[in-house]
Design a protein around this ligand. Structure first.
Ligand code: GLV
Ligand code: GLV
Length: 331
């Protein structure tokens, strides 16, 4: 019998083609998120689970199949998987880092430009037939060139966002647990404490993973520290911002705008956000290019193949499972 890989939703064909022949693929052919029951059923009968960020892979799912050889997530973020449980059971989990870095940085910049120059609002205005000629006060936005960009999380994506800011001659500030020598030396970036960065930046952009420390990192207190002309961009995970507080800050003009690709209650987008003109709301398309989604598929299938064969996948998220000197489950 061929080893079986359960793919919870269609991903680009070249990635699926890599699996065919040597492996049996169980694929969700419907273009929708599977229910928990469906994921349980598929996971029970497979060797490796290839899942998406919209699949919540909890303890029950991970434990449904004692022979499960791995979980390959088709995303760089892996907050949808209970990593602690997988690690305790010595089940490898992989993600797709690197390949979506530039694509996500591009989308971040699309939002920076679009919010500050009121692009979506202007397009609607023109389509609605309201454009009767050039106007000296028509749809004035704000400059980007020469302003201050505050990057929260200077990892791969944060760095790629900073590189683009160089062309706009922006002052670059960042927060991170580590010093990022590359952007300090090459782009003149300065590392600050979060509160200082919030107070000094014209644009604030989030590039950190969601975890217990970053959940609700941005609440009304942080929003109060921002300039009233500040624009906040989120292409990471929605739960990092307390959405209720963001809506209030936008309504009260405590900040000037927001560009969002992700939501606290995703896929639900709070009504309050949809009513605001100074917000651009996108349906989580950070990595959505043909090239990048194909590359993510290749990484995810490579990782899945390694795990089927009992090898360490290239993009392992919980490498500690391979440590021999492991003491009892203490995490
Ligand atoms: C997208 O949000 C990802 O984590 O890949
Ligand atoms: C994610 O890929 C990051 O490190 O920014």
């Amino acid at each position: 019998m061929k080893p079986k890989i359960f793919v919870t939703r269609r991903i680009p064909q070249p990635a699926l083609d890599r699996l065919s022949g040597e492996f049996e693929i169980e694929l969700n052919e419907a273009d929708r998120v599977l229910t928990k029951e469906e994921i349980l059923k598929g996971t029970k009968n497979c060797d490796v689970l290839l899942c998406l960020l919209t699949d919540t892979i909890d303890e029950e799912i991970i434990k449904v199949n004692p022979k499960l050889k791995g979980i390959a997530n088709y995303a760089v973020g892996y907050n949808n998987i209970d990593i602690e449980i997988a690690t305790n059971l010595k089940i490898p989990v992989s993600n797709t880092p690197g390949v979506l870095t530039q694509t996500t940085a591009d989308l971040t910049w699309s939002l920076i430009l679009s919010v500050s120059r009121r692009i979506v609002e202007s397009d609607c205005y023109a389509r609605e037939g309201k454009f009767t000629g050039w106007g000296p006060m028509l749809l004035l936005g704000n400059d980007i060139f020469g302003k201050t960009l505050g990057i929260i999380g200077a990892g791969r994506i944060g760095t790629a966002v900073a590189e683009r800011a160089f062309g706009f001659k922006m002052k670059i500030l960042y927060t991170d647990n580590k010093i990022n020598k590359n952007i300090e030396t090459n782009l003149g970036a300065t590392k600050l404490e979060l509160n200082e960065l919030l107070g000094q930046s014209d644009f604030i952009t989030l590039h950190i993973p969601l975890n217990e420390y970053t959940n609700h990192l941005i609440t009304k207190n942080e929003l109060k520290l921002m300039k009233d002309s500040a624009i906040i961009i989120n292409t990471s995970r929605g739960q990092i911002i307390k959405e209720k507080d963001l809506i209030k800050a936008l309504q009260d003009n405590e900040i000037s705008g927001a560009g969002l690709d992700v939501y606290e209650f995703e896929p639900k987008i709070s009504k309050g956000l949809k009513k605001l003109k100074n917000v651009i709301i996108l349906p989580h398309i950070g990595s959505a290019t043909i090239e990048t989604r194909t590359a993510m598929g290749m990484l995810a299938t490579n990782n899945a193949i390694a795990m089927v064969k009992g090898k360490k996948p290239e993009n392992i998220v919980n490498p500690q499972i391979y440590k021999k000197t492991d003491s009892k489950e203490s995490a």
